[in-house]
Design a protein around this ligand. Sequence first.
Ligand SMILES: [Fe+2]
Ligand SMILES: [Fe+2]
Length: 351
Amino acid sequence: MTTITLPSAPLSPGHDLAGPWQPDLGAGQVQRRIATLIQRYVTVAHLRDRIADLPHQFHHPQPRPWSRINWAAIGPDQVSGMAVEVYCAIVLGSINTEAPIRGYTQASRQYLEHFYPPMAQFVGGTVDALGQVITPGLWELEEKRHTPALTTVYHRLSGQRPTLNPHRARAYQPSGDPRADLYRHGLHRIATEYGATCLYLWMMAYTTGPLQAVLEELLIDEINHMTKFWGFGRWAYPDTSLGMMAGTLTQAMVQKWRQPNLQGSLIHTLRRMTHELAWGQWSLSHRATFLSTFAQVMQVLWRWDQSLTPPYLEGLLGPHSDPGTMAFPRPLGRLTRATELGPRAKQQLSR
Ligand SMILES: [Fe+2]
Ligand SMILES: [Fe+2]
């Protein structure tokens, strides 16, 4: 059930996936292209399809195949409304952020495996007694295609190999309250997948042809992961509310204020992202279209979120009675490192 229900209308001449294209796009045209892309890729129906796919992925994890891309045909003439140098700086920032995917997946696996082994396996795969990865998770398999794809894009646009300065993933840091740790970590993961979704959609609005086709694949992956993480979080924390989220974010801000070098907080991530993406080189209209993309995507997420009622989520993922119990059906095969599992999860595994 890895089908994607995206409309595949044939493109008329002078049009691409975002609508009419021309070599000197103005801000208004870019805004219209963003709206078209959102209508095409980020719909409530599509998000519902992506969360409904999660139980299937626990049993039969299958990376979504990408369409054939004409890599050799990618060129600077496929960027409009933005200097190619600025575009390349954004691509480089994305590469540095995407690169440490193994670190991201293993930290997430450790936060999850005490409570939700199938989800831990979905993100981080299986590991041996020393914590070495035996088989990568589906999230990692899909995400690890992004860095090489963006590296090729950078090379095709600039004629040079990128000089990498990969971000260092924040390691698993338990505080003694695993439920609160998982909540904070999950919020952070959802925020980064949402950020990547908005970034690649926004970049698609300024591009066309084979370059846009690469970003389309990245975008579809990010929407899929964002939706699964968000929906799973809604199921795992049915009592979550705006107040709870605001409280966690405020706590992160206070922590950041006390320890300015603290890595991994949302504020740190936001600051790092804007620095990485060369925000300083963006024009006012780039900033406006970027922020408007975030607002428009959030509107759809919010509408979809209204449908994530406890009965609906329990119908998909199983009853949510006790956070220590793996309520939904477990996937086949070995799950995670048994020595690190909580007592309830261990009981489940030994059944
Ligand atoms: Fe990614
Ligand atoms: Fe991602």
